[in-house]
Design a protein around this ligand. Structure first.
Ligand SMILES: [Mg+2]
Length: 263
């Protein structure tokens, strides 16, 4: 249980504040079908497998590649255990196909994905929004935190503008100075370090809540961030294996949505 309210809370966005899994699938499908237009489109029936394998994703550009890997019938076990190698392989294969993908790299994939998202928002905001859901009690918790002395930050690999738009539509006017999105282009622990330096808040009075175990593990490798309280959000995109691994890792604690939103 969590008892003392910290001076600073840093939260991830996707899989901690907001569940946009249905949007990820649809955006990934649009990108996938645009890139591999000369092959079969990814069928809607792949969505459950995409949702199941979502924990492997770190950044948005990987999502269409995940759909590609599923469509190419890579096994779940293979994707879960060797995802970084598979992305390298898929990017390499694309780079060889100079007719369809001249100079195609992850930057282009990322640009394409954000462009499709921007166009979708501009053309049909309602349908885009309908694919997002804030986790139960989260908006209320965020607005309470924003009115409290606790400083709230969001550290995400998503574009700032998408996060701001979603929060604004839920009635949260989140201070842009406390929002660190994809533009930051540095590991999350580096952003955390920067925030602690700027706010002059003690690491032991800080919580970092994230649904991706790897991002938390990277913080544990930073001696100056040793005292930061690390929480894995059990409601987000992580596997049972990742959650179970915490039994032998007292440095990172498992947090439930109820514990977080009710304290
Ligand atoms: Mg996340």
């Amino acid at each position: 249980m969590l008892y003392d309210t910290p001076a600073l809370i840093a939260l991830d966005f996707d899989g901690v504040i907001c569940d946009g899994i249905r949007e990820y699938f649809q955006v990934s499908k649009r990108v996938h079908d645009l890139i591999w237009y000369y092959e079969n489109p990814a069928p809607e029936t792949l969505e459950p497998q995409f949702i199941k394998l979502r924990p492997v994703i770190e950044t948005g550009w990987e999502m269409p590649l995940l759909l590609r890997a599923i469509n190419l019938k890579f096994s779940d076990e293979h994707i879960l255990s060797e995802w970084p190698e598979i992305t390298q392989h898929l990017l390499y294969v694309m780079s060889l196909d100079t007719i369809h993908h001249p100079n195609f790299q992850k930057q282009e994939l990322s640009k394409l994905l954000d462009g499709i998202r921007d166009r979708w928002i501009a053309e049909d905001l309602d349908s885009w929004l309908s694919l997002h859901q804030f986790y139960g009690g989260m908006i209320d918790k965020l607005s309470r935190l924003l009115r409290s002395p606790t400083q709230v930050y969001i550290i995400s690999t998503k574009e700032d503008r998408f996060i701001s738009q979603l929060l604004a539509l839920a009635g949260i006017d989140f201070p842009s100075s406390n929002l660190f999105g994809k533009e930051v282009k540095q590991p999350k622990y580096e952003t955390l370090r920067q925030i602690l330096k700027e706010t002059n808040i003690n690491p032991e009075n800080t919580w970092f809540i994230e649904d991706r175990l790897e991002a938390l593990e990277l913080v544990t490798g930073q001696p100056d961030l040793d005292q930061v309280n690390l929480y894995l959000a059990d409601w987000g995109y992580n596997t049972a294996k990742a959650r179970d691994s915490l039994k032998s890792n007292p440095r990172i604690k498992l947090l439930s949505l109820e514990e977080f939103t009710s304290c």
